[in-house]
Design a protein around this ligand. Structure first.
Ligand SMILES: NC(=O)c1ccc[n+]([C@@H]2O[C@H](COP(=O)([O-])OP(=O)(O)OC[C@H]3O[C@@H](n4cnc5c(N)ncnc54)[C@H](OP(=O)(O)O)[C@@H]3O)[C@@H](O)[C@H]2O)c1
Length: 270
């Protein structure tokens, strides 16, 4: 549900707002714009006027129930985060230092485009994996090397990386362990239940960090301030693919469902 700016008071006096709402799971068409009562802030809470938001893969997953194997029940409780913050939290788990090599699988998406820039800021050498159509984009964000997954399998060439970050869900430990340097890390931004349950044992046996974040994935006001600071210094930019008005929210969902968005899809509340 994406609340927009407040509308005028109703005849009864209650203030209302527009919201994008779905009441059943399904395709983009289940999303409707409705007029609902404004929530009233309680003591210690603030009421925020939202000018713009995004339609993310998390929105797609929750709406369509297209989630990794075994995770349908967990989904409703856990999804709905902001790409820049996600990338920062995962990269933070690998304690990346200058000179480390980082491979980002799914580098042209919301998380990937943020991760490239943040890893570069930490001094890493970044290899981006996406389709060839997005090569220019990921290189413009700082990627040092590029692999087109439609032409080459990064796990098959014998190169190892200090950190492999999977933003696609097709790079479980079993597939990529040979591509991770001794003592390196596999950051599973997206994993199925099996991948999650296996992570701790894989870490212990291999001496490589394998993590899907779990409870250690935290976001603080300091993280937001860090990203805002980088953006103000011109060292970080949110990649925006398309922008839709709230009235076109179904179209926005339809586009995100293609799995081909570059960076983020913005939803504006004009
Ligand atoms: N754990 C968390 O807290 C958390 C938070 C946010 C998101 N997520 C998850 O993270 C994932 C990524 O989110 P996102 O918003 O970045 O997704 P996205 O914007 O849809 O991007 C995914 C990217 O992956 C690329 N891709 C598709 N197939 C690929 C393949 N076989 N190999 C390599 N790259 C491929 C696509 O690029 P091309 O168009 O070039 O193919 C696309 O740009 C989603 O599954 C989302 O649910 C998790």
């Amino acid at each position: 549900m994406n609340p927009s700016q407040p509308a005028a008071a109703t005849a009864a006096g209650a203030r209302t707002m527009k919201a994008a709402i779905y009441r059943r799971f399904g395709g983009p068409d289940v999303v409707r714009i409705e007029e609902i009562a404004q929530p009233a802030p309680r003591a210690g809470e603030v009421f925020i006027r939202v000018m713009a938001s995004t339609v993310s893969v998390a929105d797609h997953r929750v709406r369509s129930r297209n989630v990794p194997k075994g995770l349908v029940a967990l989904t409703a409780l856990t999804l709905g985060v902001f790409g820049g913050l996600t990338a920062k939290a995962f990269l933070g788990m690998a304690a990346i230092k200058s000179g480390d090599t980082v491979l980002i699988n799914g580098a042209s998406g919301a998380v990937g485009t943020a991760a490239i820039q943040l890893a570069k800021h930490l001094g890493a050498h970044v290899t981006a994996v996406s389709s060839g159509a997005n090569r220019e984009l990921v290189e413009s964000l700082g990627a040092d090397s590029f692999i087109d997954y439609t032409a080459a399998d990064f796990t098959a060439v014998g190169t190892t990386y200090d950190v492999v970050m999977d933003c696609v869900g097709n790079a479980p430990f079993a597939r990529v362990q040979g591509s991770i340097a001794p003592g390196g890390a596999l950051l599973l931004v997206i994993a199925d239940l099996r991948g999650m349950l296996g992570a701790r044992g894989q870490s212990r046996r291999s001496g490589k960090l394998v993590t899907f974040g779990g409870l250690k994935l935290t976001y603080t006001a300091g993280d937001v301030a860090y990203l805002v600071g980088l953006a103000e210094e011109g060292k970080y930019r949110a990649v925006i693919d398309r922008t839709y008005n709230l009235a076109d929210v179904v179209e926005a969902h339809r586009f995100v469902d293609t799995g081909r968005k570059r960076g983020n899809v913005v939803l504006r509340f004009p």
